[in-house]
Design a protein around this ligand. Structure first.
Ligand code: MN
Length: 336
């Protein structure tokens, strides 16, 4: 899939939202272990639904109900409820930044059963689940798609909605550094900033503030990184890993490790970078990045994961070294 939503799909999404009455239950869902795009696009859209007069809107994500510290004060955070408090039989479900049902856990069944559902996403690997698909692989963030639907619903941007969408956009573009940072990305950012939000203050709060223990943990995990110049058919791979014991030792929650891929992927000698993060005994969340020479989504999809050409992930099993061995082998297969 390379093109964005068709006119018919946009119209169907607008009709799905308008099919709900002001007192109908509307459930918003984003992916497990939510990041800035998942939370920002979902809560920004939820605030937009409130502006439209919908009174019963809840937002949730599967799994442990941990809202990462940087997002504790994001506008619309009062919409968030744990998975156990999500509407059991909502009239309408909207799904944000979820490439496949596997990222929805037990909530996937609720999407399948809902009278109406809309999936807003930007992953090329999106599996096409849900009632109406608004999937735009060209979009830098799901918040670009959320903005498109809000404007078609006639919701004007205000500072609260804008802050949510801006956090989402800044997160998924690496603070406007990645390749998909197009003219339209900056045009959206300009419209968001025009509402009066303060990008400097938001960036400090979201990206440039972390506990001392998180810094020490990051230092330790980076310190054990391994460079393999001959991996990925000579394009080079750099990788590291972090265990639950590492988190425990530094008193840090798992999401602290999400930003770790950024310093790792900056290594000049490697096209491919990888962080292998333990989520349970024998189970690892694997983040893969490429500078451009390798399509890492191919590796991720072959392991049941997904993502984008230059940024992808999957769940691996066994020891960390088993996961690294698998990726090393798959890269060689994909490249030879
Ligand atoms: Mn995203």
């Amino acid at each position: 899939m390379t093109l964005g939503p068709s006119a018919d799909q946009w119209a169907a999404a607008v009709a799905a939202v308008r099919s709900a009455g002001p007192d109908d239950e509307i459930q918003l869902i984003c992916h497990v272990n939510p990041d800035g795009d998942a939370l920002g696009s979902m809560l920004g859209f939820g605030l937009g639904l409130r502006r439209l007069g919908f009174t019963r809107v809840r937002a949730t994500f599967p799994g442990d109900f941990v809202v990462p510290d940087p997002y504790r004060e994001i506008p619309g955070v009062d919409l968030l409820v744990p998975e156990s408090d999500a509407f059991a039989e909502p009239r309408l479900i909207l799904v944000f930044d979820v490439a496949s049902e596997s990222r929805l856990g037990a909530l996937a069944a609720r999407v399948a059963d809902a009278p109406a559902s809309v999936v807003l996403d930007h992953h090329a690997s999106n599996t096409g689940f849900g009632g109406v698909q608004l999937v735009d692989p060209r979009a830098a963030a799901t918040s670009v798609v959320a903005d498109g639907l809000l404007s078609r619903l006639g919701v004007p941007l205000d500072a609260e909605i804008a802050e949510c969408l801006y956090i989402a956009l800044a997160t998924d573009t690496g603070s406007f550094k990645f390749d998909m940072t197009t003219v339209s990305v900056h045009e959206l950012a300009a419209r968001l900033i025009a509402t009066g939000i303060r990008p400097g203050e938001i960036s400090r709060r979201i990206f440039d503030s972390k506990p001392f223990g998180a810094m020490k943990l990051t230092g330790e995990v980076i310190g054990r990184a391994v460079l393999e110049p001959s991996a990925a058919a000579g394009r080079g791979m750099v990788w590291t890993y972090a265990t639950l014991a590492d988190l425990e030792r530094h008193g840090q929650p798992p999401y602290v490790l999400d930003a770790l891929i950024d310093p790792v992927r900056s290594v000049a000698e490697a096209d491919v970078s990888m962080v292998v993060k333990q989520v349970a005994p024998g189970e690892w969340s694997v983040s893969l990045r490429s500078k451009g020479a390798v399509d890492v989504s191919g590796v991720a999809v072959s392991q049941g994961g997904g993502g984008h050409r230059l940024a992808a992930g999957f769940t691996g099993y066994g020891e960390a070294s088993d996961v690294v061995d698998t990726v090393r082998r798959l890269l060689d297969e994909h490249l030879n």
